[in-house]
Design a binder for this molecule. Structure first.
Ligand code: ZN
Length: 221
């Protein structure tokens, strides 16, 4: 198992309490998944479970994989460039996800680094019960996003639930999660102060396509 998955869990532990949140990592034609109920804080090797790409564990006798294993398996199966998947419930982001502002937050950008780490737009998944209903909802809305924009979303917003970041690198998952939470704080703060000044779509495009910003993204991988 690539132990950078543990670094990923520890880095994101402030965005989940108790057994909330989960992480997974590809391992050739299988993957490792956080056990159900295990905490991201101090997550250890023994709390990771080897699963087949179908999401079924190799050994069903010991710990159970998380209820959200299904969407980790689907993302790792469908998108070969992705090696790490992280799912968390960051508090400030949750304030936005539990409000009518969720689509405004997904479709607009406030500052350059948000574009660099979270992409020009985020993918919104309407609420569904965790488990199979959420898996089906993620499949549907991520597929629509990928068909429209031709890339996997850097940030997936689950309405009334949390977020998913997935990447070839664990560092990019960390950066994208942290940037989402920072952006949510700025988004909420700007609403409190009055009219929010979003970047225009031309300004977002300019940053998204800028070679030096692409280089910056790569440097962090
Ligand atoms: Zn969750």
């Amino acid at each position: 198992m690539d132990t950078s998955i543990l670094e990923l869990a520890w880095a994101l532990s402030s965005f989940a309490i108790c057994g909330e949140g989960n992480v997974s990592v590809r391992d050739d034609d299988s993957f490792w998944m956080k056990a159900s109920g295990a905490s991201l804080t101090k997550l250890g090797k023994s709390e990771m479970i080897a699963c087949k790409m179908t999401g079924v564990p190799f050994d069903s006798l010991g710990l159970k994989p998380s209820i959200e294993t299904g969407f980790h398996a689907w993302i790792l199966r469908e998108f070969e460039d992705i090696n790490f998947v992280a799912h968390t419930h960051p508090t400030k982001t949750m304030q936005v996800l539990c409000s009518e502002q969720i689509y405004s937050f997904a479709d607009h950008r406030l500052f350059p680094d948000q574009v660099v780490r979270n992409g020009a737009k985020s993918c919104v998944v309407p609420y569904a019960m965790p488990g199979k209903p959420l898996l089906e909802q993620i499949k549907k809305y991520v597929t629509i996003f990928v068909e429209e924009y031709q890339y996997f979303p850097k940030l997936i917003l689950l309405e009334n639930h949390g977020i998913i970041t997935a990447s070839s690198s664990h560092k990019e998952c960390i950066a994208s999660t942290m940037m989402c939470e920072k952006s949510a704080e700025i988004f909420i703060g700007s609403k409190v102060l009055g009219q929010t000044n979003f970047l225009t779509s031309e300004q977002v495009d300019e940053i998204d396509k800028c070679p030096s910003e692409k280089h910056r993204r790569k440097m962090y991988q």
